[in-house]
Design a protein around this ligand. Structure first.
Ligand code: SF4
Length: 129
């Protein structure tokens, strides 16, 4: 979906607008807490793309009554943008090229020549050793 910065909203493939409703804190399995913005479509009635667009088959609300909701982490999107700029910069491209030359060669040697296919150690202490 296309993001419109001026109105802080998304435009879906059916040309309808998903506006920001509220923010909520979400904690993942690792205990990391992030702030997520919930966007909701103005109306999804009569949309031909509804079956592909709205997921969650376990929902008890009938499909005709459901509207599309998006959970977006603005911080994550910002970090992704910054990351993309970094890795596609001249310096970033050089680092990625060097990584593929140096590291992948070592992996290939270890795996194919030395037939080292998997780590047998378990636990932080053993892996560190
Ligand atoms: S289901 Fe709603 S959000 Fe999805 S394409 Fe249709 S109108 Fe847009």
């Amino acid at each position: 979906m296309d993001y419109r910065e001026e109105t802080d909203s998304y435009i879906c493939r059916n040309g309808r607008e998903l506006t920001a409703q509220y923010d909520k804190k979400v904690r993942n399995r690792n205990g990391y807490t992030s702030l997520v913005t919930i966007y909701e479509c103005e109306s999804c009635q009569g949309c031909p793309y509804k079956e592909q667009c709205i997921h969650g088959n376990n929902c008890k609300t009938p499909m005709e009554e459901r509207t599309k909701r998006l959970n977006v982490s603005k911080v994550m999107n910002q970090k992704r943008k910054e990351d993309l700029v970094r890795i596609t910069s001249e310096y970033g491209t050089q680092l990625r090229m060097n990584r593929s030359i140096q590291t992948e060669g070592s992996f290939a040697e270890t795996k194919e020549d030395m037939n080292f296919r998997r780590y047998l150690y378990r636990g932080k202490k053993n892996v560190l050793a």
